[in-house]
Each structure stands twice: as C-alpha cells, then as structure tokens.
Design a protein around this ligand. Structure first.
Ligand code: CA
Ligand code: CA
Ligand code: CA
Length: 366
C-alpha cells in the first residue's frame, strides 16, 4: 500500500512534468496573443485632410525654449505634411506630396543657425522633402535646395552621427534597397539643404519602418513580414546585421511590422518600440545591449477616445513637457478614428506606459 502511494506520487509528478514541457509552446503563444498591459490615449489630433488610409507617420518636435509649445508633425500620404500642437489642433497643412514617413533632428547648421530639420519621403515622385521648423511660428519651411531623387521611398528616418557629426536621411524601398544620404547646407545656396548618397544595400525582404540611434550608432529596420534587424547607421561599409525579433512562433511580433521608435534614457539605456500591426499591438524592447524583449501593450479606448488599431508609424519623446507629459509622450497613427473616414493620431503620456511597465515587471517577480 505504502509503495503504491509513492508510485502514484512519482507518476503524477512525471505526468505534470511532461504536461508542462508539452504545453510550453501554447502557453508561450498565449502570452504573444495577449498584451501584458493596456493603456489609453489622453489626447487625439484633428483628422488628416485626406480621406481613407492617409495618416501614416509622426515626428515630435520638442521646443526646448518653451516645451508646452512643442509640436507633432504628421504625414498625410495622399496630401502632404500636417503640424499639430500638443492639444491635437492643426497648426499647418503643407500639400507638398505623398509623404509617408517623417523624422526630425536638432541642431542642423543652416546659415549660422542651429535648426530642427525635418525630412520626409515623397512617394509621388520619389523625392526627398526637407523642411526646417520655425520655432516662433511652429510652421515648417521648405529648405530643399533642389529636387532630390531617391529610390522609390517606403520607410524613411534620420541619423545624426556622433562619430562624424554629420546628418543623414535613410530611405528604403519596396524593392529591398536601402539608401543613406548625407544632408548638408549647399554652399551656393545658403539656407538650403542638399543631399548626396553615401551608402546603399539590400534587405532580405520588404522593409518598412526604420529608426536610428544617434548615441549608439545603430540603425533598426523592420521587415514587414519577417521582423526587426539592427545595422550600423554609420556611412561605412559595415553591412553586418543582428536579428532582434521575428514575427510568428518564437517571436513577439505579428506581421506586418511597421513603425519603429526609440525612447532615450540616460547612460545609453531606454526602449525600442515597434508597431506590431497585425495584432494591433506595440512591442517594447530594451534599447541597450541585445535589445531584450520587455513587454507588449495595446492602446485601448478610454476617456472618450477610441482605441488604436493597425498602426503604421509612431514616435516617442522622453523630453519632459509639464504638466501633461512629465516623462514625455508617445504618438501613434490610428487606422480608424471612430467610424470616420479621416484617420488621426493618438497621444499616450509615457508616465502611464511607464507605470504599467513597472507593475508588469514587478508582477513577474512575484
Ligand atoms: Ca518616423
Ligand atoms: Ca481607432
Ligand atoms: Ca476619435
């Protein structure tokens, strides 16, 4: 009798062990299917002017002199660029072309001044749009010195090298070509910006969103169906890349992988955030090291603002903007603004995400 008891106990432990091993994968994918936490937007922008699938990407301009007067630059890929204030009100619409991705860098030397430079890829004619922010009017001013033809743009981003001090526009195409263009003031046209191609390479499948880490010298490229890769952002001949995460089984992403952005923190730390469009999710990785997975979240409805789905582009800033955004904010494109035909952008204060992130990390330790 006593022996049988031990036999049953051993059998039970063995069966439990097999059960755990066998179901490890389904448990893992269940985690992939459900986000670790939900947040809601606190502000949404006015819709973009064009109808249907038009809003695409955003870039935040931080106004150092007057943070509450910062702005959000968005793309209307059927019309041009839009500029919003932090309450989401439209400040400017520039119907300059079919811009789909937009990015910004500070301290670009132009006519003896240091300006915030904005670039956007125009899918209409495969050109590079270059603007500077007028900090007083918060309006964009075209500073392109000429019509600069690039590869047919799909995703694009900027890089300011800490190595050589130069500024770059990085653009990728559906044909898998990635081009890196150096941006500089044209001597014969003071106050105007020109560009020259310094690097070109191929990705393994269709690329989309990209983001460069100015401090660490990395370039992250999302391949829509595959995952996220990390390259050197320097205009050198180093084409080595590292896989950060994949779509489907074993990964945390659901195709298509779209926009990427970086949340900068002290000491080279922070977060890389990706739009995992197929799951209506956002995936957070560490900015440092091998970009370890941190968590997945969704932006659900709340405070009278509809939920965010199918996000293309996004941007985040860690600059504090009192009193609404003490740790900065995230801005994301939303595929469907309520049931309207005009898309818009949603804003989530980073401290809300940070609190949920902290709670989630603590709950995993218990
Ligand atoms: Ca962008
Ligand atoms: Ca929505
Ligand atoms: Ca809405």
């Amino acid at each position: 009798m006593r022996n049988n008891k031990w036999l049953y106990a051993s059998l039970f432990i063995f069966a439990a062990f097999i059960f755990l091993i066998f179901f490890k994968h389904p448990i893992k994918s269940a985690i992939t299917d459900d986000p670790e936490f939900y947040v809601s937007a606190t502000i949404e922008t006015e819709p973009v002017p064009s109808l249907g699938d038009a809003a695409d990407d955003a870039a935040i301009w931080y106004n150092k002199a007057n943070p509450s007067q910062s702005a959000i630059i968005g793309t209307d890929k059927d019309g041009g660029l839009v500029v919003y204030d932090l309450s989401g009100e439209l400040l400017q619409y520039i119907p300059d072309g079919e811009f789909n991705n937009v990015d910004i860098r500070y301290n670009f030397p132009l006519r003896g001044e240091k300006v915030a430079l904005v670039t956007a890829g125009n899918r209409g004619d495969s050109t590079l749009g270059i603007y500077k922010i007028n900090p007083r009017s918060r309006r964009l001013e075209n500073v392109a010195s000429r019509e600069i033809k690039t590869v047919a743009p799909y995703g694009s981003c900027m890089y300011h090298s800490r190595v050589g001090g130069k500024f770059y526009y990085i653009v990728n195409s559906k044909n898998r070509t990635v081009e890196e263009w150096e941006l500089f003031e044209r001597r014969s046209k003071p106050g105007k910006v020109d560009a020259k191609r310094v690097k070109s390479f191929q990705t393994s499948s269709t690329p989309e969103g990209c983001v460069a880490d100015d401090e660490l010298g990395h370039l992250y490229i999302a391949e829509q169906e595959l995952g996220i890769f990390k390259y050197s952002a320097e205009p050198d001949t180093n084409y080595n890349r590292m896989l950060i995460d994949i779509t489907g089984e074993g990964g945390h992403l659901t195709a298509q992988v779209e926009g990427l952005t970086l949340y900068y923190m002290k000491g080279g730390r922070g977060y890389l955030i990706a739009s995992s469009q197929g799951a209506n999710e956002f995936v957070i990785y560490k900015r440092e090291g091998r970009n370890k997975y941190v968590a997945t979240f969704e932006v659900t409805a709340g405070a009278g603002i509809d939920k965010v789905t199918h996000t293309d582009g996004l941007d985040v800033t860690s600059f504090p903007i009192q009193p609404y955004f003490p740790e900065g904010f995230l801005v994301v494109q939303d595929h469907m603004n309520d049931d309207q035909y005009h898309q818009n952008f949603k804003i989530v204060p980073w401290d809300i995400i940070h609190k949920k992130l902290k709670k989630n990390i603590l709950s995993r330790l218990m």
